[in-house]
Design a binder for this molecule. Structure first.
Ligand SMILES: Cc1cc2nc3c(=O)[nH]c(=O)nc-3n(C[C@H](O)[C@H](O)[C@H](O)COP(=O)(O)O)c2cc1C
Length: 182
């Protein structure tokens, strides 16, 4: 039986640093693009999934500098800001793909909020990351610490300057890891 799959992600959009240049990514940040491509890649293998965007109640600034300042403070404080309510039918999901940009070497604060707000017991969590060169860095350890009763399986990492390769990276990962979704 195919598992029930949720793709939960946080993505900033707006201004970001790509190859040392500030670029406006528009409303679809890199991780949001990756989440959508993942859903399409799963569908092409006959696997149904639902997307859920994790949104802090107070959104991050559109500017790179503003987001950097707030996220640095949150990182230093270990803050978990208030976020939106979880997805409908959460309990029925067995596999949660958890997508985020690498911020300060680990997960953005809203990901901590998501992990703390939800019962993760017995779930399989498959983190995927978009990043500026540091891939997952410390984020997998952080997730494991927050979710001791979940099984964490490393997903795929996509470097921000190479988003054009995202579809291929995701499809390759699925080819190698299809067993994790059975
Ligand atoms: C506040 C902030 C902190 C970041 N910190 C890191 C980092 O520590 N390591 C890294 O490789 N990339 C870092 N990046 C780059 C992002 O991970 C990368 O641009 C990502 O693709 C952004 O995804 P998004 O558009 O979904 O938000 C940072 C970006 C921002 C805005």
């Amino acid at each position: 039986m195919a598992k029930n799959i949720l793709i939960a992600y946080f993505s900033h959009g707006g201004e970001n640093l790509v190859d040392d240049q500030i670029v406006d990514l528009g409303d679809e940040g890199n991780t949001k693009v990756a989440a959508r491509l993942l859903r399409e890649a799963l569908a092409s293998r006959g696997l149904k999934s639902n997307l859920f965007e994790i949104e802090p109640l107070i959104p991050y600034d559109r500017s790179y500098e503003g987001t950097l300042a707030r996220s640095r403070q949150e990182y230093q404080d270990g803050a978990a800001p208030l976020i939106n309510d979880g997805p409908n039918g959460y309990d029925a999901y067995q596999v949660i793909f958890l997508g985020y940009p690498n911020w300060w070497g680990t997960v953005p604060a809203p990901i901590l909020s998501f992990l703390r707000d939800h019962d993760l017991h017995g779930k399989t969590i498959i983190p995927f990351v978009t990043h500026g060169g540091q891939r997952f860095l410390y984020s997998l350890e952080t997730i494991q610490k927050e979710a001791p009763n979940a099984t964490i399986q490393e997903g795929f990492a996509i470097a921000a300057p190479y988003m054009s390769a995202a579809k291929a990276v995701i499809e390759d990962w699925l080819k190698e890891n299809a067993d994790k979704l059975d």
